[in-house]
Design a protein around this ligand. Sequence first.
Ligand SMILES: *Cc1c(COP(=O)(O)O)cnc(C)c1O
Length: 361
Amino acid sequence: MPEKLINALFRPQILAMSAYHVANAEGFIKLDAMENPYSWPEELKTQWLETLRDCPLNRYPDPEARQLANSIRNHDGISDASALMLGNGSDEIIQILLMALANTAQVLAPAPGFVMYKQLSDSLGLGYHGIPLLADSLALDLPAMLQSISEQQPAIIFIAYPNNPTGNLFAEQDILAIINAAPGLVIIDEAYAPFAKASFLTRLADFPQLLVMRTVSKLGLAGLRLGYIAGHPDIIGQLNKIRLPYNINSLTQLSAEFALNNKALFDEQTQAICEQRTRVFAELEQLPGITPYPSAANFILFKTPAQQADAVFASLKAQGVLIKNLNPQGGLLADCLRVTIGTPHENSAFLQALKNALLAI
Ligand SMILES: *Cc1c(COP(=O)(O)O)cnc(C)c1O
């Protein structure tokens, strides 16, 4: 295609963007994407397939996914006072939120934070402000956040709780101060809620501008693409106007409901992941030159010796272990790598490969 035509067709913001890159993980021990490493027992798979057998694929799905929405409400204890909207992953919900804003809207989030907040803001031409966390603690820089809120008057503030890619839970008091200062919406993104034992869901009644977003991806259902957001009915009502009517397909509706009805299995898997998180953290702490950051999620961010992150990442990859290299993002993430907690066997392979890498550099 002639470049002139491309430039004439697409918005400057789109032309300036690069596509979200996902590494090809084929053949690797895959510890790069915060997936649950466990599958289901055969017996459960058989039951699941049985529930799909009579799924009417010739019909459109229930546009409101009412049965699934009810299961989610029960599973998470979301009160009837809050409205609930489902999305094709929470990524879609972030997109819906941003699409609904005025085109002069400003978006604010701590940095480093979840990349889709910026990626989707950029795609829509919204102003995006990433406010650096404090360097050593990775805590919120509350004065800087409050100052930026006052200057930018953001229509929306995203706070991942726990944060990705740092893994920590921000102080509750800091978040409350931000909610109180916010002139617009505050989205608490609880993608890692299963591993965190902390939530703002119970605060929804206190703050009409507060919304809590979750996903089943990190719990162990990343392939289904299902996220959800709870908040004031007046706000969710506006968002629902631009949600595509059948955004949750029939197979996802049935499968997610089946999974939520088998909560015990996921609780067990979550427990195993949290135990391994403790083990991997302790072993990382013992490695010379490695500094792991405390995590309330299913991954651990760690620092390598200065200037060595790229080499360590490459060495791990050459040994068949794929994690995430955050060093290219720079700033607080310079020298940082992020590993997702896998099975005990996968974690051992990662730790051994890391030891080998450290000896080689
Ligand atoms: C993974 C992640 C998401 C995206 O979840 P999906 O439901 O899979 O789209 C959202 N927010 C944060 C902070 C995440 O880490």
